[in-house]
Design a protein around this ligand. Sequence first.
Ligand code: PFF
Length: 451
Amino acid sequence: MARETWATRAGFILAAVGSAVGLGNIWRFPFITGQYGGSSFLITYLAFVALIGFPAILVEFVIGRRTDRNPVGALRELGSGAWSYVGWLFVVTGFIILSYYSVVAGWFLRYTLIGLTEGFTITDPAEASALFGTVSTGLDTLLFHAVFMTLVIGIIAAGVRRGIELSVKVMVPAILLLLLGLAVYGFTLDGASAAYSYYLSPDFGTIAANWTEILPAAAGQAFFTLSLGMGVMITYASYLGEDRNLASDAGIIAALDTLVAVLVGFVVFPVLFTVGIEPGTGGPGAIFVSLTSAFAGIPGGRAIGVVFFGMVGIAALSSAISILEVLVSYLIDEVGVARIPASVALGVAVFLLGVPVTIDLIFLDLYDLLADGILLVLGSLLLSLFVGWVIPDIAREELRKGIADIGGLGDAWIWAVRIPIVIVVVVSLYLGIVDYADFLTGSFADWLAAR
Ligand code: PFF
């Protein structure tokens, strides 16, 4: 059977933007921006997206379009020896990331439902934390994880055009419109001006004093938010025709993803400043605890809360489908399994891997610190080394297709991939490993000892 392709250019771009825009932009971004000092983090992150993220998207695009294969097959075709096994890393990473991503997405579905049925009435932070406790673990959490994975499986089983492309054409514009509306609302709040100055006036002294923390955090966020390091962009580009200008598509994708992250700050920070909550405090539950109490205290908070949490649910769905597609494309291309059984079997396996996360949040850290802190970064490192040093000529030639006048872009890109990206990624990888070792010997060892 002929391999599937995108029906339209917009379909491909929206699918890639849908993958990029997700929990990373809405849940993780305001939280780490708060943690690393607001505007100082923002400006560093913007620089990383342009200098590192954009060339790294092209790395995955050229591999995918060149081979028309899933990531495992693509690396086997282009690489020899150990390189031909690198695609396997992506399959492992995809399983782990999607398993907890779905559980967290389920929390957002649950909060949307709470807003619809009961409204947000809790203003006391301790009570809001208790609510988060009941949402984040237990049987109901498992149920919402199952509902979310069922949606993901349904879309992927329907195929590239009828599933992914059709759904992102609805989801991505919806996310953008809802977010714009919310940002306008944020502007009307009392805390808006304090929030804008916190968010928009960078303090270079803060960056200089804390660069060892700010730089790796910004680099990690740039890779995660652009869905890099596990073959999503390889897979999506493998459904592309030869005539597309990959550089302009990558630019649009990076720009839209960044626009969304920046807009989220224009929603979350005014809301928090209006009710006097310090941004960036507390762990993964922070945004839930602070926002639910904030929604209880601002005018129209219930409707705003429902729209906000619902929008996050949609954004998470358009990202989650891209991860399952990496796994499914492998089974279809390499093993010859049909799309529907492949989607169901892999989706159920991912669901099962996520079950521990619904029981104890320690598993969220166990999975996230490994996948996001180490595996995604390792994936980006290996892909950059591969394209920059092993197949630079093929890569340059592939980039040139569909670009009328490439000028010096091809060479500049290869050099960006060869050295700066590799340096940034090696430093991030080192820090990710140190963090994970600390976690395994610290909190996780304590948790095991207490069993
Ligand atoms: N880019 C997604 C987000 O920002 O939420 C997360 C993600 C999706 C990461 C797909 C990696 C990936 F392969």
